[in-house]
Design a protein around this ligand. Structure first.
Ligand code: ZN
Length: 367
């Protein structure tokens, strides 16, 4: 009998090193035993295997499922381009004996957050001409990943009938309602295939707004790390309560709902940073240049106060082009005359935002 029978096991995060016992020169397959093959996901590194049957059609030997039931527990990773997991499939004959030397083809597919979110020309067009090549070069070099990758795509089963894979996550979180979804698909020559879901996203929350204190304006990415959201609420309430501050802080970009790549930015992926406008005297956009000049409505004193508050609250980096800001730790960067970039992402990616102690301007800074 040639009964397709699929068994599933979740791949696991592994601390052990990958040991492949594959025998690539093992017996060739005849058509007959190829048709008798069945395939199951396994954790090839676990000492015991617990199978959970999910398809077992024993009545019709010709039936090969074309749409596979979803596995119960998708893998969840964050879109940092580095997280990975290892798993495998086990291929056996009808009698349960392992099928050695079967070629298994692994592939990664994007299920949602696909078009135009991963369309390279569309993404590139969202970067200004000054940084478009840098974006394209990083994609070409694999430093920005629009799809998860596999260490190997073609693997033969070993003496246990097992072929292993190693999946590394993409940078695609996205702005849709559900986390980004990719699948690792395994196929054997009979045409049978299995797929394993990988959900991708950070658990971010909406950027809070406070009337008269903090607003978000013109941003596609309106989400942020929960700890930073708490800090922004505190800041907004302090600004709203301070009589000398009549203009709210204006945030212009945070992170997408699930984090990850957010054109035209190269950062803003983890919810640990945001952009905001320099403070102005009239609430309108303003700017300050590296030569010390600035727009007439630029409110230097309050902008510098915010820089001090953010560093005091554990920010790691502030980019802004007003030289007066550099004395407080801000650094100049091309494109940062009309907005400030502030980031809480240190080497440990720890957020340590705290309530500002005071919004009052320092002596000599009243404007
Ligand atoms: Zn920024």
């Amino acid at each position: 009998m040639r009964n397709p029978l699929f068994c599933l096991l979740p791949p696991l995060f592994l601390s052990s090193s990958l040991i492949l016992a594959g025998n690539l020169t093992s017996k060739s397959l005849t058509l007959k035993n190829v048709h008798g093959l069945r395939m199951a996901w396994v954790d090839p590194f676990a000492s015991t295997m617990v199978h959970e049957d999910f398809v077992a059609d024993v009545s019709d030997p010709e039936v090969v499922p074309t749409v596979l039931p979803e596995m119960s527990t998708p893998m969840r990773l964050v879109p940092n381009g580095r997280g990975y997991f290892r798993g495998g499939v086990q291929v056996t004959y009808i009698d349960g004996s392992p099928a050695d030397g079967v070629p298994v083809r692994f592939e990664v597919k994007a299920v949602n957050n696909v078009d135009p979110a991963r369309h390279l020309p569309t993404l590139a067009s969202q970067y200004p001409s000054s940084t478009r090549n840098k974006f394209l070069q990083r994609v070409a070099a694999g430093q920005i990943k629009l799809l998860g990758t596999l260490a190997q795509e073609r693997v033969r089963t070993d003496a246990r009938g097992i072929a292993t894979f190693e999946y590394t996550v993409s940078h695609m979180g996205g702005n849709q309602s559900q986390p980004a979804l990719e699948q690792v698909v395994a196929r054997i020559p009979t045409g049978k295939q299995l797929s394993w879901d990988v959900e991708i996203g950070y658990d971010l929350v909406p950027v809070p707004t406070v009337t008269g204190g903090v607003r978000i304006y013109g941003a596609k990415g309106k989400h942020i790390h929960p700890d930073l959201a708490e800090f922004i609420t505190d800041l907004g309430e302090a600004v709203a309560a301070e009589p000398s501050w009549s203009i709210p802080v204006t945030i212009t970009a945070a992170a997408l709902r699930w984090g990850g790549l957010y054109p035209p930015h190269f950062t803003h992926m983890m919810g640990g940073s945001f952009d905001f406008r320099p403070m102005s005297t009239d609430g309108q956009p303003t700017r300050a240049e590296t030569d010390g000049s600035h727009a007439p409505n630029y409110d230097r004193a309050r902008t510098l106060t915010l820089i001090r508050i953010f560093f005091g609250a554990g920010a790691q980096v502030v980019y802004f082009n007003d030289p007066e800001g550099w004395t407080y730790g801000a650094k100049p960067l091309a494109g940062h005359s009309n907005h400030l970039h502030v980031s809480w992402l240190g080497q440990q990616a720890q957020l340590s935002a705290r309530l500002p102690e005071s919004l009052r301007l320092a002596d000599g800074e009243e404007s």
